[in-house]
Design a protein around this ligand. Structure first.
Ligand code: BDP
Length: 701
């Protein structure tokens, strides 16, 4: 259990010369400050202790020398750490307070920090401080990152605060130890229907999450089975509290997914109707229980009336009724209800095909705007379908002015290669965040909506389905660690570029050998477009093996109830979601966006088949026909993976440890096989359907 990889928190020793040149320069420059940490007296919060521990351990490991800790200033150079309130007490040096302008101090908020070099009274020192202990912890991790990546050679003067209030992950872990859509082994939280007794890996995970600024976690699957229904009862709460303790040390709040029918299943009530007083009372009692064990419990995550999960519809109530009932129970304690909008009819009659699943979230929730209590947050998947390699952005973002919203991404690569393929998702997420919904005129971007900066939401933020399991390297594919890392970094600051994040991660994880770094960076940056190239084309999605969602099966979902169709026949392909002849989904967007997608002329190529049904001979903006585009991208995708393997082979083996070298190589070979499979199945399918020959005569059969 304790034999695991430290991911980007390896803190490999940086030697003063030789390998790690940039890192060692930074270290040389800062060396003088690192041997002594000065902190305020009398601070005892656990998060503060965590921060000091991390700083001491990190520096010790990076330099090979353990720094000393003191409460008074002894040397001319040192690190001064603390919170805004206490730094004033450090010896005779007013360490921070008067070096920070009032405006800067205000910008820090509750979780921000400052890292700054200060020269005063013959002393020259570096301050790391937050307003709160949590801010300090984030500042410490930032400082260590500077040492790891060598960026500290620039003059140190940073004031940072996170863009988002809620920065969460959702575990889809089940208590039997399995993980829904998990591709990295079994759960680190549960085994044999119990919470594990040894929380070593949970603690390490908490470190990883805190190091990139995550501050909330829901620890069980949104599909709550019988055992997990009991997590909110005194039978299991002592164990949940142990987990909450671990996360609390790292400034992370714990949430639980709950079963909407829990009172019925556990409580002996004959109904789960949210308007029934006995049901409301039942939830209030549960809330009281929970807060007795976990005073800072975050709240409930709820999947209701979705994919056969129970919900308010059973009782003829709507989602506002359901969410508000839970919100009322949590309200006295400051708890939140994260209510998912992934609600659609999964029992469609495919022969009828009148219902458009893409419309569902908006159609269900938009009319309820204004009805939710202010401790409810609607949790909305980035796209209207389900985490496909390419989807438009959900039109629900910003469409509700009076209802808190948060965004849900999927870090686990359910539809993007299941951590057997490299698929660096930060570029995809950035496109979502940068999307301008126009909901309040130009400049109403998703990134600002879910920060509560377009409509004044009381609570908002971003969450994502996590990708980790008990594999030694956490994420199955070693390179998939970059998605977890990048997710956190993006939530802290969505202005960071995908390249910057990838480079940081690569430096922290693999050191700074230029050939290694460049190769990994190129692979990461090319990986999402490459995956898109050899899988389902032009935004149409699906075409995966049903249920497993790995590998190609073009018609796998075509004649089933799930609402996920491509409508390919001998003449053409694509889903008509236009207003005149289609499902009218395009009308859910605002003004110019609705027009953009609705018109065949203006609809962007990459989403063409999501919005339009066209003949194979339709000419794209790229100048190619749809059919030729399909052929070309599928050949290109495979060639791209071949190129990565050539580049990986060309790396000098001693620049990387053997284990990671071989691991990545094996996964790349598997990706290549799978990509070829995709290419052949897709190309053959469309050649047979259309009868149109590839211009370069590559497609046979
Ligand atoms: C889909 C998954 C399914 C999840 C569901 C959800 O295939 O396992 O339960 O999403 O988000 O992507 O609830």
């Amino acid at each position: 259990n304790s034999n695991y990889d430290l991911a980007w928190l390896r803190y490999d020793k940086v030697s003063a010369d030789g390998a790690g040149r940039e890192q060692s320069l930074a270290l040389q420059q800062l060396q003088g400050y690192l041997s002594n940490i000065v902190m305020a007296d009398g601070v005892s919060s656990q998060v503060f202790r965590t921060a000091i521990q991390e700083l001491t351990k990190g520096i010790g490991s990076l330099t090979g020398e353990q720094p000393s800790l003191s409460h008074t200033v002894e040397a001319d150079r040192f690190l001064a750490v603390g919170t805004l309130e206490d730094t004033g007490n450090l010896g005779h040096l007013p360490l921070l307070n008067d070096s920070l302008e009032a405006a800067e101090a205000a910008r820090l908020g509750e979780e921000g920090y400052v890292i700054r070099e200060v020269a005063r009274e013959g002393k020259d020192y570096i301050v790391i401080a937050g307003r709160t202990e949590k801010g300090l912890l984030y500042g410490v991790f930032h400082f260590l990152r500077l040492l790891q990546t060598g960026q500290a050679s620039e003059a140190l003067d940073l004031v940072e605060a996170p863009k988002y209030q809620l920065r969460m992950v959702n575990q889809w872990d089940n208590m039997d130890g399995s993980i829904e859509r998990g591709y990295a082994g079994q759960s680190v939280f549960y085994q044999d229907n119990k919470i594990v007794s040894d929380l070593t890996r949970v603690r390490q995970y908490a470190r990883m999450l805190a190091s990139v600024g995550i501050n909330g976690i829901a620890i069980n699957n949104v599909n709550v089975h019988e055992v997990e229904t009991k997590l909110i009862t005194p039978e299991l709460l002592p164990d949940v509290a142990r987990v909450a303790d671990v996360f609390r040390d790292y400034g992370i709040r714990l949430y639980l997914s709950v079963n909407f029918a829990a009172p019925l299943e556990l409580g002996g009530t004959s109904t789960a109707d949210p308007l029934e007083p006995v049901v409301q009372e039942w939830w209030k009692e549960r809330a009281a229980d929970i807060y007795r064990y976990i005073a800072d419990f975050g709240g409930f995550l709820v999947k209701a009336d979705s994919e056969n999960r129970p919900g308010p519809f059973t009782y003829g109530r709507d989602h506002a009724d359901g969410a508000n009932m839970l919100a009322e129970a949590l309200e006295p304690y400051g708890g939140l209800v994260l209510w998912r909008c992934f609600v659609y009819d999964c029992h469609q009659d495919w022969r009828d095909r009148k219902t458009d699943r893409a419309r569902a979230a908006y159609d269900h929730f938009k009319p309820l705007d204004g009805r939710f209590k202010d401790n409810v947050i609607l949790q909305i998947k980035n796209g209207p379908m389900d985490f496909q390699v390419r989807e438009p952005v959900s039109p629900l973002f910003g469409a509700m002015k009076q209802t808190n919203q948060m965004l849900e991404f999927q870090i686990t690569q359910e539809y993007t290669g299941q951590q057997r393929h490299v698929c660096y998702l930060i570029p995809q997420w950035k496109e979502v965040l940068e999307f301008d919904t126009l909901c309040q005129g130009e400049g109403s971007k998703v990134k600002d909506i879910v920060a509560g900066q377009v409509h004044p939401y009381k609570y908002s933020g971003i969450t994502a389905v996590s990708s980790i399991g008990d594999d030694y390297n956490w994420t199955g594919h070693y390179l998939a660690q970059s998605n977890l890392y990048g997710y956190g970094r993006l939530l802290w600051n969505p202005e960071l570029s995908a390249e910057e994040i990838a480079e940081e991660w690569t430096n922290m994880t693999f050191g700074d050998d230029q050939a290694v770094v460049n190769t990994i960076l190129d692979i990461l940056m090319e990986s999402w477009p490459t995956y898109e190239n050899y899988t389902s084309p032009l935004g149409v999605g699906w075409m995966v093996v049903p249920h497993y969602h790995y590998g190609p099966d073009v018609d796998g979902y075509e004649y089933s109830k799930w609402g996920t169709y491509h409508f390919a026949d001998r003449d053409g392909i694509g889903v008509d979601r236009t207003q005149a002849t289609g499902t009218g989904y395009s009308a859910q967007y605002v003004g110019a966006n609705a027009a953009l997608y609705d018109s065949l002329e203006t609809c962007p190529d990459e989403l063409l088949l999501f919005f339009h049904h066209v003949p194979y001979t339709h000419v794209l903006k790229s100048g190619k026909t749809v059919i030729q585009h399909i052929y070309d991208t599928h050949f290109a995708g495979v060639e791209q993976v071949e190129q990565w393997i050539v580049r990986w082979d060309a790396l000098e083996k001693d620049k990387l440890d053997q284990q990671r070298y071989t691991h990545v190589k094996e996964r790349l070979l598997e990706q290549l096989e799978s990509a070829k499979h995709w290419r052949d199945v897709i190309n053959t399918y469309f050649y047979r359907k259309s009868g149109i020959q590839d211009q370069h005569n590559r497609v046979i059969y």
